[in-house]
Write a protein of this length. Structure first.
Length: 76
């Protein structure tokens, strides 16, 4: 028996890494969970997804911080 594949997920930027723009957490699995209101692929809210393109890197890092917290809390 083989193990189930791990879910695909992007990793946050390394702390203090300012060498390039903050990359998107999108993994092209775009489904919003009705209970949590989060995308099942990237763990962002619809507002965070919609605003990503116009956010400065500081805002993107804040979103990444919330994503990490959601993952640690076990949000799906």
């Amino acid at each position: 028996m083989t193990a189930a594949p791990r879910p695909v997920r992007a990793e946050p930027p390394a702390p203090g890494d300012r060498s390039r723009p903050v990359r998107s957490p999108c993994v092209s699995i775009c489904r919003i969970d009705a209970d949590s209101g989060l995308c099942t692929g990237c763990q962002r809210t619809l507002d965070e997804i919609a605003e990503w393109g116009t956010m400065a890197d500081a805002g993107r890092l804040e979103v990444w911080g919330r994503i990490v917290q959601r993952r640690e809390a076990g949000a799906r």
